[in-house]
Design a protein around this ligand. Structure first.
Ligand SMILES: Cc1ncc(COP(=O)(O)O)c(C=O)c1O
Length: 438
């Protein structure tokens, strides 16, 4: 049985006033010192098993040597290049590797620094595409209520969650639509019907807004902040058809689902639907550099330059396609492509999923696709996500919990013994918070 640790978990310096934390500072916050494999150590020497891959990032563990050496070599050779005067070799090679990993039809990659920038670029690209094709009025962007797309203003505007309204009105022209999961949760629509109904509602929304005014719809194939709401069968194919009928671009935000998470390189391949634009980030560098990319179909790239030739897309960012980040990305993507990871992911998922399902039985429901897991946990009307995540953390296990869900996304290098440890600790936390349940 894992020992439950007393709080506080780590020793903090007395003056913390200079640093702005992401979440309110609490006794549970950790001051990390080092990491190896999927294990982190804090400044007090306590260890934590990371079952979330950082936050869907460190898929190859915290010490993946091929990526570390690629970054170190690049820093010694060319740490930066004048971005207005050219680019660098790893950036070109990474763009090629990304396009080759993506579904056919995707031809071009623009490298940026993070997921939010990738979503911003997708918004700009969508509007530019229609303008260049003689439809400057197609500017509206549809996105989900309860999705998440980032913290910059455009991506935040697409994030249809009540907690972002405190920043005031978002980007003009953003229209929110309901995903199938919300139809099920809020209106008791049966799961077999939610995809069809949501797609029909999205089409009616496009018609009501005026198809001549709608540029794109941006969506996550698996919605993280709904506790991993997985797109129902045929739903994304229906959305593809709706988009094609109305000349609306389909943008997949695969910042969580990219790079093997759902069992294929991208969820686009898992679901068999190719979007016009694909936003990727997080696992793209394995956590060894801030990096993301927006991948686009040939028809989009064509408006940015010569057909089949080099394209340009400005304005950009000073650090976009930075050599160090590109070297990390190239090493990570090559490592993913050549390291037999899809087989490893399938084997890990086959071992983990039934055991996780058994753990959850009688206490909630499990959603799973590849190595992405969402557990919905409610008891006596109480939404237990945060309590379960906190009970895990006190036992040295990192997962994420909010509302009525917790999510796990184990690294692709998690060993069978580490899976045992993750499930054992999660089981104890569930016993503590939800009761024995079964
Ligand atoms: C689905 C999704 N899109 C976009 C983002 C924004 O990415 P970043 O935090 O790298 O800007 C995130 C981050 O969590 C995300 O989960």
């Amino acid at each position: 049985m894992t020992a439950v640790r007393p709080e506080p978990l780590s020793s903090w310096p007395s003056d913390l006033s200079a640093f702005a934390f992401e979440v309110p500072h609490s006794p549970e916050a950790l001051l990390f010192e080092s990491a190896k494999g999927i294990r982190l150590t804090d400044t007090t020497g306590r260890g934590y098993l990371d079952a979330l891959s950082g936050v869907f990032v460190t898929c190859f563990g915290y010490d993946c040597e091929p990526i570390v050496s690629a970054v170190a070599d690049q820093l010694r050779t060319l740490p930066f290049n004048p971005p207005l005067h050219g680019t660098n070799r790893p950036a070109l090679e990474l763009a090629r590797a990304l396009v080759d990993l993506a579904p056919p039809g995707i031809t071009t990659a623009k490298l940026v620094n993070g997921g939010s920038e990738s979503v911003e670029a997708a918004i700009r690209l969508s509007r530019l595409y229609h303008r260049e094709r003689g439809n400057p009025g197609k500017v509206k962007i549809l996105s989900y209520y309860h999705g998440y797309h980032g913290a910059t203003f455009g991506s935040l505007s697409l994030t249809g969650r009540p907690d972002v309204t405190r920043f005031g009105p978002g980007l003009p022209g953003v229209v929110h639509v309901w995903p199938p999961d919300c139809l099920e949760a809020f209106w008791d629509v049966p799961a077999e019907r939610s995809g069809e109904l949501a797609a029909a509602m999205i089409e009616r929304t496009i018609e009501a807004e005026g198809p001549d005014s709608v540029a794109a719809i941006v969506m996550e194939p698996v919605i993280h902040l709904r506790g991993m709401a997985i797109a129902p069968a045929d739903y994304l194919a229906r959305i593809r058809e709706v988009c094609d009928r109305h000349g609306v671009l389909l943008v997949f935000d695969e910042i969580v689902t990219g790079f093997g998470r759902t069992g294929s390189p991208f969820a686009a391949q898992t679901f068999g639907v190719t979007p016009d634009i694909l936003c990727v980030g997080k696992g793209i560098s394995g956590g060894f550099a801030p990096l993301a990319a927006v991948l686009m179909g040939g028809h989009i790239a064509e408006v940015l330059g010569e057909k089949g030739g080099p394209v340009s897309f400005a304005p950009s960012h000073t650090y976009a396609a930075n050599p160090m980040a590109a070297a990390a990305g190239l090493a990570a993507v090559t490592h993913f492509r050549d390291g037999g990871y899809l087989d490893r992911i399938a084997a890990l998922a086959a071992d983990t999923e039934p055991r996780l399902r058994a753990l959850v039985e009688g206490r909630g429901t499990l959603r799973s696709i590849g190595l992405l897991y969402g557990l919905k946990l409610v008891a006596d009307g109480e939404r237990l996500g945060e309590r379960v995540a906190s009970a895990c953390l006190r036992r040295g296990l990192i997962i994420r919990g909010q509302d009525d869900w917790v999510v796990l996304a184990p690294a692709f290098v998690t060993t069978p013994a580490e899976v045992d440890e993750i499930l054992g600790t999660l089981g104890e936390a569930l016993d503590e918070v939800c009761g024995a349940g079964r």
